[in-house]
Design a protein around this ligand. Sequence first.
Ligand SMILES: Cc1cc2nc3c(=O)[nH]c(=O)nc-3n(C[C@H](O)[C@H](O)[C@H](O)COP(=O)(O)OP(=O)(O)OC[C@H]3O[C@@H](n4cnc5c(N)ncnc54)[C@H](O)[C@@H]3O)c2cc1C
Length: 307
Amino acid sequence: MTQVLVLFDHLDAELTGAQKELLTLASTLGQVSVVTGEASPGDQVAVDGVGTVYVPQETILAPDAGLVDLVQAAVEQAQADVVLGSDMVDSVDVLARLAVRIDAGLITGAVSISGTTVTKSVLAGSYITTAQPIDGPLIATVRPNSVQAETAVGHAPQITVLPVAPSSSVEVLERSVLPTSGRPPLTEARVVVAAGRGVEGDLNLVEQLADELGAAVGASRVATDAGWVDHSAQVGQTGVIVSPQLYISVGISGAIQQKAGMQTAETIVAINKDEDAAVFEIADFGVVGDLNEVLPQAIEEIRRRRG
Ligand SMILES: Cc1cc2nc3c(=O)[nH]c(=O)nc-3n(C[C@H](O)[C@H](O)[C@H](O)COP(=O)(O)OP(=O)(O)OC[C@H]3O[C@@H](n4cnc5c(N)ncnc54)[C@H](O)[C@@H]3O)c2cc1C
């Protein structure tokens, strides 16, 4: 049977949506095991279908290069045919280094995998390509929101401690948890409300709409460069790529560099006062109007329908 090893580059008290998606996808490919740098994982890894969890002797956190040693040891131990990680910087970093070490390839940005065939969405969502490993195991990173996560609580998996320690070449001096907004992480959110120059520095309405919808707040580069929104919220070519079920673009013109980060969203709603704005070329629904008039009505209607 195909052995599938899933990398969790970090482990919180609960699995993230992206981690559940990885397990769901992995279970369609073969027998699933997990490797994580957390030395003492808890109940969160007791997921139906996960047989073994490989851990180090001492916790190893990204960007410690010891994570590569750990994953390599787990690949050997599990005799993995497939290695999956999330398409986020830490996992891509670890798996790229692993690929070099074991003389294999790495396929990033996967949106689905069947057997050893990986489907990718490329060139800002304009093309779909398929790829296969030529030699060695299939190593791929999967974009969040590509798979419908379906995991169930299972028996506690077997924990296998591998003789791997943190790298001595890097010392992490301090870690601090970023303040959270209570909203879902941008790259994993099923709904994103994004603000552009049109909001003129006032995020109030965009945040209200986001909170009504349980959405993450994204932004154009103009909005982040102006300091209205943190840079981590920038969507686009030089920001993050999102693929939510619903992307609501507010006061954003739809430049090619913005589209590069959001046009694979399942449904795009654009609110812009300029009917010729480029964003309407890719929008499924468009509202031509002033966001200061449109958003309060949308928020009120959502609240009314919720009763
Ligand atoms: C190398 C490079 C990389 C880049 N990377 C990125 C990237 O990653 N992400 C990104 O977003 N951009 C990126 N850009 C910048 C990009 O080219 C655009 O300049 C930027 O996306 C424009 O942001 P915007 O749509 O918010 O602003 P504008 O283009 O100024 O558009 C503002 C829009 O708001 C509308 N509007 C104004 N007032 C209202 C109102 N009251 N109600 C409704 N609508 C209103 C206007 O009609 C207009 O369409 C990059 C550029 C370069 C050169």
